[in-house]
Write a protein that binds this ligand. Structure first.
Ligand code: BLA
Length: 497
């Protein structure tokens, strides 16, 4: 294979990593893989099995499940047959007075059996009490910050981790810490941004399947899974799956000893994460993990209701504003005349600083717009594009910009076209000038590489200190509400044309 020479090639390589076929687990448990139907044969066993069952893995490979001494076919037969379904079997007898919890997990290629030492002496989590703040659904925007804070505080109580962060994904999959519970002595990540490559798509996709990811000791050696055949078992649904080395390096650079994260999924999409760090190694009992997942689900219900009501309010006010505006324009006998009069209001609805309307070869331009020659090139180009609504924070940032010399490259554009039976395509353009944008990153996001023996290698950045990027070649980003306004403007316009 060629050695990758660019950052994007390196990241692509990382995205191709098969996390679920690592062939190893973390040492806070042991694992067996058995074939899916009775008689259940053990095909794989982790090298540390003796620490949990008192039996070496080689003594079990190829044997029937009852050779474990604590599991039998009837227990395994109770497991559901959909991939990902699981069945806990707590407190199985092990050697002498020690006990293990087993978890059966249905996998596409068999059943995974995960063993962990039963938690002893841990106080039960008082979930009712902790859940109470989430029964009060946040409605107003002012309430939402407190709602986020309640979650990180409840997590800190349940997990005892040194730092609990609520991490929210942006549209481009970079993310931002929007609430944090930690002590000042540790420094804060609150308000800082992290690039999308910190949590690649392969890792994000696993969050849609698994309710949490626990890494109790980042320095613990991974434990190999031994098998009758060489093919590794599918660990997609495993809680014990070993950790990608690049991520262990990342956590080392952050000074973390243990990590625990729980996804927040809204309408089937990953919205954010609870990311918890402990400086020393730290495990969590099944009770603590379950309580964390339950709290996150309660919180997600309130968050969903808040987001839905905000969206409804927004659509409602947007409807009224767009209708009002088009009515004003229609009062004029000549719509072009009407547009000229309504131009300030037209710019206002999406906070633009320039506006242009093109019907056939007639152009009306107001305030801060590109030069006429540039405008007509942009117009020709947009006419040929398939999308009826287009938004970009810079002309340069467009996927397929107008051909030829770039004109007005750093100006932001929001464009809409609608077909009129009489005049053909009617094109509306809103513009915003470039404006310096500050983004406070946790470390320089452009530095995830090192050179080693002349080759470029991916290595998570070493510093997570605040690093401010100043973007000068784009406008203040068009937000969702403004993009929706443009779409709404177009659909209302279609009724009028
Ligand atoms: C996984 N990266 C992760 C995970 C998190 C982060 C939360 C899930 C595993 C876990 O819970 O620890 C990132 N953690 C963060 C971020 C914060 C945090 C952003 O606390 C901020 C508050 N990582 C890199 C690079 C690559 C990479 C350059 O920095 C490669 C392109 C990969 N990250 C990477 C991989 C995983 C990962 C492969 C999956 C690890 C696994 O599950 O085995």
């Amino acid at each position: 294979m060629d050695t990758p020479t660019t950052l994007s090639a390196l990241i692509q390589g990382c995205e191709a990593e098969k996390l679920h076929l690592s062939g190893a687990i973390q040492g806070f448990g042991a694992m067996l893989r058995v074939t899916g139907t009775a008689p259940f044969q053990i095909t794989h066993a982790s090298a540390n099995l003796a620490d949990y069952l008192g039996i070496p893995p080689t003594a079990l490979l190829g044997q029937d499940i009852k050779a474990t001494g604590c599991l039998n076919a009837a227990m395994l037969a109770r497991l559901g047959d959909q991939p990902g379904q699981s069945l806990p079997l707590p407190h199985l007898n092990q050697v002498e007075d020690k006990r293990v919890d087993a978890l059966l997990i249905r996998s596409p290629d068999g059943i995974l059996v995960e063993f962990e030492n039963s938690a002893v002496g841990t106080a039960p989590v008082l979930i009712q009490e902790l859940q109470r703040p989430f029964l009060h659904l946040p409605y107003a925007d002012e309430e939402i910050a407190a709602y986020h804070d309640n979650l990180v505080k409840a997590f800190a109580l349940v997990t005892g981790f040194d730092r609990v962060m609520l991490y929210r994904f942006h549209e481009d999959w970079s993310g931002e810490v929007i609430a944090e519970a930690t002590s000042d002595a540790l420094g804060r990540y609150l308000g800082l941004r992290f690039p999308d490559s910190d949590i690649p798509a392969i890792a994000r996709n696993l969050y849609l399947i698994n309710p949490y990811r626990l890494i109790p000791d980042i320095h613990a050696a991974a434990v190999d899974i031994l098998g009758l055949a060489a093919d590794p078992p599918d660990l997609t649904w495993s809680n014990l799956r070993s950790v990608a080395p690049v991520h262990l390096q990342y956590l080392t650079h952050m000074g973390v000893g243990a990590s625990f994260s729980v996804p927040i999924v809204i309408a089937g999409k990953l919205w954010g994460l609870l990311a918890c760090h402990h400086l020393q190694p730290r495990g969590l009992s099944p009770d603590q993990r379950q309580a964390s997942v339950t709290l996150t689900r309660a919180y997600s219900l309130g968050l969903t209701s808040h987001l839905a009501s905000r969206r409804l309010q927004m659509i409602d006010s947007l409807d009224r504003r767009v209708d009002g505006l088009l009515e004003r324009i229609a009062q004029h006998a000549d719509p072009l005349d009407g547009i000229e009069h309504a131009a300030p209001a037209l710019m206002d609805i999406v906070s633009a600083r320039g506006f242009a309307l093109v019907i056939n070869d007639d152009v009306v331009m107001t305030a801060d717009t590109p030069e006429m020659d540039c405008m007509s090139r942009i117009d020709q180009w947009f006419l040929a594009r398939p999308e009826p609504v287009l938004a970009s924070d810079s002309m340069e940032g467009l996927l397929a910009p107008p051909p030829g010399e770039p004109c007005s490259p750093s100006r932001g554009i929001l464009a809409v076209k609608a077909r009129s039976p009489r005049s053909g395509w009617v094109r509306f353009y809103w513009f915003r000038p470039a404006e310096a944008q500050e983004v406070a990153w946790a470390g320089n996001p452009n530095k995830p590489t090192v050179e080693h023996a002349g080759a470029l290698m991916l290595s998570p950045r070493r510093s997570f200190e605040k690093w401010v990027e100043i973007k000068t070649n784009q406008c203040r980003p068009w937000n969702n509400e403004e993009k929706l306004t443009a779409s709404k403007f177009r659909s209302t316009l279609l009724h009028w044309l």
